[in-house]
Design a protein. Structure first.
Length: 275
């Protein structure tokens, strides 16, 4: 059984020789220690020795502000927001906004301007034969919306002015749907799965109630999942923290597998933990 067969059988809950596994994306600072521990000299060697089934490929995005799709928006209220120290809590450009029409005053980046069709096609050629091509798209609209307001203001708007929160979130979701479409159209037949998600958990539980997640986060997730499925792709949903309360919700919207970071340990599960 090769890596691709193993992956599809794992997410389909079918019998496998061993579950498909993914090394994840280790922090660069950890790589020398990992190389030493496993007795290898580079990242490719590390993936081989741990029998990694997946090869992650980032959606290529290059703007004057950022070279990462997960940091495409400069929502800083004063001056330029640092791309190296992105935070959800710093006051954002929409912190004091009250009227949803104010979203039109922001200069929203256009994905077509900063995503090269040729580069999308090229990065898929880097995936070794027989490995799962996993598109790393992130599409973290909840986190971005928190950044747009500043997290405290974003959560307050969910209660006091939900139309304002939704107006910003909708703009961000539209950006990701268009960006992902460009990637999907230029990688047809070579991509197997995508990783999207939002960090919604703390060490001990969710950062907001399940009902609030269902109202403000999952509608956008549904659009992103349905878009990926329309291209025949499996969807792995990422979240840091303790998010077991919404496992069933994620499965219900069509998520095929969940990628978790709990207490610093990545775990990919094809169903809820313990089942």
């Amino acid at each position: 059984m090769n890596s691709i067969e193993r992956f599809f059988k794992t997410v389909a809950r079918e019998e496998v020789d061993r579950p498909a596994c993914w090394l994840g994306i280790p922090d660069k600072a950890t790589l020398p220690q990992l190389y030493k521990y496993y007795g290898v000299h580079d990242y490719v060697g590390l993936k081989v020795v741990v029998n990694d089934n997946h090869y992650p490929v980032e959606l290529p995005y290059h703007s004057p502000y950022s070279d990462a799709i997960y940091n495409a928006f400069d929502f800083s209220k004063e001056g330029e927001m640092s791309t190296d120290e992105r935070t959800l809590t710093k006051p954002g450009v929409f912190e004091d906004a009250k009227d949803p029409e104010e979203v039109n005053n922001f200069e929203w980046p256009q994905p077509e301007t900063y995503i090269s069709a040729e580069e999308c096609a090229r990065v898929l050629t880097e995936v070794p034969e027989g490995k799962v091509a996993l598109g790393i798209l992130w599409s973290s609209h909840f986190q971005d919306t928190c950044t747009a307001f500043g997290m405290e203001a974003a959560l307050m708007n969910m209660i006091a002015n939900p139309e304002m929160y939704i107006a910003v979130d909708d703009k961000i979701i539209y950006f990701y749907l268009r960006a992902n479409e460009i990637f999907y159209e230029n990688t047809k037949g070579r991509l197997h799965a995508v990783l999207i998600g939002n960090d919604m958990g703390s060490q001990r539980g969710l950062m907001l109630s399940p009902d609030m997640i269902r109202k403000f986060v999952l509608p956008g997730a549904i659009k992103l999942v349905e878009q990926a499925h329309s291209y025949g792709l499996k969807v792995i949903y990422h979240s840091c923290g303790a998010v077991s309360e919404i496992f069933d919700d994620l499965l219900a919207i069509g998520v095929d597998a969940q990628n978790l970071l709990v207490n610093g340990t990545p775990k990919m599960v094809a169903d809820r933990l313990g089942s």
